[in-house]
Design a protein around this ligand. Structure first.
Ligand code: HEM
Length: 424
């Protein structure tokens, strides 16, 4: 069942008339969809009404089947008052939860707050459905630098990523105290979510950088068809998938033993690595097909490992061609990123394509906004990226222009909010 176009208004009307506090999130039972209760937080609700459960053991937007669109924002905290930050996080929780089930950011919304005050919702999503919106929050290493008394709560693994060979990072597109990842099947719903959260944070936080993404470049569920990146190749074939919970537990969720002491709040969370990777599409588009396929180690049409015809065939790195050379070249992307060459390391990829206009020199500023979720970025992403940075032939066509690392806390239980979760 899909939410009808007037859902946001209907939810608002129901909420306005019923004063029972349905949750600490400030929702009313009348406005709270039944499907939002007791769901896992990982996927769409059973009836798939376009609503992804907001609460659960883990935050939504990680193993949730990747939606089509992304609005990602990194923010810096302006206030030095921990209490201001804590109450913003609490207010954000309420608004994010409301928006994920298709309601406006706050009661009163775009037009119900009276003519003499600025509306409590910006309004551009009024007639739109929930669109599988997920809002995922993350905290950068700098948030734990002592300004807010959080030093003792910093997880050991939340430390800046090292520099990698070939990095061309723009500080204005890197780092951040906080991040919000909004994914939805409708771009306007994702943008609306970020915009309203940023608006609520006026004076407390400021946008450091932001990225729009279209066309997911990964499947995170076996139920999804593998999408393509801007080089035209299927991307996400060998990704970790939600249907393999043992692998997800091993590689994505932070275990209690990873975060002893003050960092225990992070158990059940995951680290988000963001890399803005420019893809020089003009050079790629002049590269012969066989060379393109050798660079990835997979064929372009089906996405099958070279020498096979099935997209999901296991990759046999020993196999040699008629010339005696390995069918999957030693410097191919999939060989260098494969767990068998990295002591078993795997990551959950959840990136998006982007085009941000032109570079001013007659080229598209296009690429992959790479997002990965991992249990420990320094043990997983770092060795993998080192291996790629050193030898991947793909490097001739790409350039990493932005980078950030965030700790995404676990999901929220009923009555919990991001403020109390972080500050305890
Ligand atoms: C613009 C940059 C990139 C492009 C265009 C790209 C594209 C691809 C493609 C087409 C595949 C094969 C299909 C698949 O299994 O998903 C792949 C696989 C993979 N990529 Fe990338 N990728 C990029 C950057 C990265 C980065 C930065 C990392 C991590 C540091 C990474 C990690 C992986 C992994 C782990 C695999 C699966 C390898 C396997 O187990 O077979 N990729 N990528």
């Amino acid at each position: 069942m899909t939410m009808d176009a007037s859902s946001r208004r209907a939810v608002l009307a129901a909420g306005a008339g019923t004063a029972i506090a349905g949750a600490a999130a400030g929702l009313t039972w009348a406005s709270r969809p039944a499907a939002a209760d007791g769901a896992s937080g990982a996927g769409a609700t059973a009836a798939d009404d376009g609503i992804v459960a907001f609460r659960g053991a883990h935050q939504a937007g990680i193993t949730t089947p990747a939606q089509d669109r992304l609005h990602f924002v990194a923010l810096d905290v302006l206030t030095e008052d921990p209490e201001e930050l804590r109450s913003l996080l609490t207010a954000w929780t309420r608004a994010a939860e409301r928006m994920t089930y298709g309601a406006e950011a706050a009661p009163g919304g775009a037009v119900g707050g009276g003519p003499f005050q600025a509306p409590a919702d910006t309004g551009e999503a009024l007639d739109l459905t929930a669109s599988h919106l997920t809002v995922t929050i993350g905290y950068g290493p700098s948030l734990f630098d002592g300004r807010f008394g959080l030093e003792g709560r910093r997880p050991e693994a939340l430390r800046e990523l090292p520099a990698f060979l070939g990095d061309d990072l723009d500080p204005a597109r890197s780092g951040g105290d906080l991040c919000i990842q909004a994914c939805a099947d409708d771009p306007q719903v994702a943008v609306h979510a970020v915009r309203n959260l940023v608006r609520m944070g006026f004076g407390v936080v400021a946008v450091r950088w932001s990225q729009l993404g279209f066309g997911r470049t990964s499947s995170t569920s076996t139920a999804q068809v593998t999408p393509r990146n801007l080089f035209g190749f299927k991307d996400g074939t060998a990704n970790l998938k939600a249907e393999d919970p043992a692998a997800v537990d091993e590689h994505v969720w932070v275990a209690p033993e990873d975060v002893p002491g003050g960092a225990a709040w992070m158990a059940g969370g995951s680290y988000l690595v963001a890399r803005r990777i420019r893809m020089h599409v003009e050079i790629w588009d002049r590269t012969p097909l066989t060379e393109q396929e050798a660079i990835f180690g997979r064929d372009k049409k089906v996405g099958a490992p070279l020498g096979t015809t099935d997209e999901f065939a296991p990759i046999d790195f020993q196999r040699k061609g008629a010339d005696g050379e390995p069918l999957i070249p030693m410097t191919s992307h999939v060989r260098l990123a494969h767990s068998s060459t990295l002591d078993g390391v795997k990551i959950l990829r959840r990136g998006y394509n982007f085009t941000d206009g032109t570079d001013g020199q007659g080229h598209l500023d296009a690429g992959l906004f790479f997002i990965a979720f991992v249990r420990d970025a320094h043990r997983q992403f770092v060795p993998m990226q080192r291996s790629l940075a050193r030898a991947d032939v793909l490097n001739e066509y790409i350039e990493h222009t932005g980078s950030a690392l965030f700790a995404c806390p676990p999901g929220l239980a009923d009555g919990q909010d991001w403020g109390t979760q972080l500050f305890a």
